[in-house]
Design a protein around this ligand. Structure first.
Ligand code: UT7
Length: 326
């Protein structure tokens, strides 16, 4: 048994912010952002919460799949920007869509989150535990970035994407994934630190320490991505006994156009096989792959029987790839 994607959906906040708008509130320019990243604009929440976007994307994916929410047995929501510590985003979505028979959870593997969630569902399906699942990637990163740090805030956007999957006899799904926690510091965002009535005053936290924002060593992440993504793709192709030429589409995490071009070059594959949407979405972390998947699906680019590679990478560090039959 293997996972087959039956339907996709996505949701973006209505408010779109261009590079020129950013250059009016900080020291940046359209020229710098486009030439370094390929990003022209991004959608930024005007109040939409992560769960709102995930619910919208999920409803659209269910409609696309022609599946009722009550049929779902499993929901995994990947996010680094949940609305609340409790309940988890999966349960919040479950409640909103009425997936009363599903078990629901949240998964954080940063920008590789959707891929790791999909791989987890594949493992459940292969083990014969669940047959029908909803996999979501959703983020409101605009509440986590430091709007005074031009080197990070211009990169990110908000949005959600979802895929409805089911167990199938036919087809294939192979994956590989990895993590290197030793490099956690190159892309981080602190949570609360221990601070309670039993902690000594010297240890009490300053306001700044209580709330921190996304911090990134961009060059280090860039180098990691360009080195690791082609390796992960080669590994998954080897596992699936397929060649790079047999792949119809490579759907990569949308962090930077230059990273995607470098990966295409290293694999010696035409960039035409690497659809992108970061020009109008920016980097939406766990949401980027499912939003892109939905866009290419709705454009009619994906044909049943085609071979698709997904690849994600990001904080953790985490990375991975999946090879599947559409
Ligand atoms: O989702 C996964 C996580 N993220 C990524 O994959 C991101 C990976 N990294 C990158 O995409 C790139 O490293 C960035 C786009 C983040 C940065 O590009 P870069 O070519 O590595 O630029 P840089 O950080 O080396 O900065 C070059 C210059 C600096 O000025 P000086 O020191 O050379 O005078 C920065 O201060 O550009 C300056 N700069 C900016 N200038 C205008 C940094 N941010 C901006 C900005 N506007 N927004």
């Amino acid at each position: 048994m293997r996972l087959r994607i039956r339907g996709t959906g996505s949701a973006l906040p209505a408010h779109c912010v261009t590079n020129d708008e950013l250059s009016r509130i900080m020291d940046t320019s359209d020229e710098w952002i486009v030439s370094r990243t390929g990003i022209h604009s991004r959608h930024i929440s005007h109040g939409e919460a992560t769960t709102d976007l995930c619910v919208q994307a999920s409803r659209r994916a269910l409609a696309d799949a022609g599946m009722d929410a009550e049929e779902l047995e499993l929901i995994i929501a990947a996010t680094v920007s949940p609305d609340d510590y409790l309940p988890n985003t999966g349960c919040a979505v479950q409640s909103a869509i009425g997936a009363v028979h599903a078990v629901a959870m949240e998964l954080n593997a940063a920008c590789a989150g959707f891929l790791f969630a999909l791989n987890t569902v594949q493992a459940y399906i292969q083990a014969g535990i669940y047959r029908k699942a909803l996999v979501i990637g959703g983020e409101v990163l605009s509440k986590m970035v430091d709007w005074e740090d031009r080197s990070t805030c211009v990169l990110f956007g908000d949005g959600a994407g979802a895929a409805v999957v089911e167990a199938a006899e036919e087809g294939y799904y192979f994956f590989c994934q990895g993590s290197d926690g030793r490099k956690g510091n190159v892309l981080s965002c602190r949570n609360r630190r221990v601070c309670n009535p039993f902690v000594s005053e010297e240890k009490a936290l300053s306001e700044k320490e209580k709330q921190d924002y996304v911090r990134m060593d961009g060059r280090e992440v860039f180098r990691f991505a360009v080195r690791t993504v082609p390796e992960a793709i080669r590994e998954v192709l080897q596992r699936g006994e397929r060649t790079v030429e047999e792949v119809d589409w490579f759907l990569l995490h949308q962090a930077n156009e230059r990273i995607i071009s470098a990966v295409a070059k290293r694999l010696k594959v035409s960039e035409e096989k690497f659809p992108m949407n970061l020009d109008h979405c920016g980097n939406t972390s766990a949401a980027s792959i499912p939003i892109l998947l939905d866009e290419v699906n709705k454009k009619g680019l994906l044909k049943r029987g085609q071979t698709i590679v997904l690849s994600g990478f990001g904080a953790g560090l985490t990375w991975g790839a999946a090879l599947l039959k559409w």
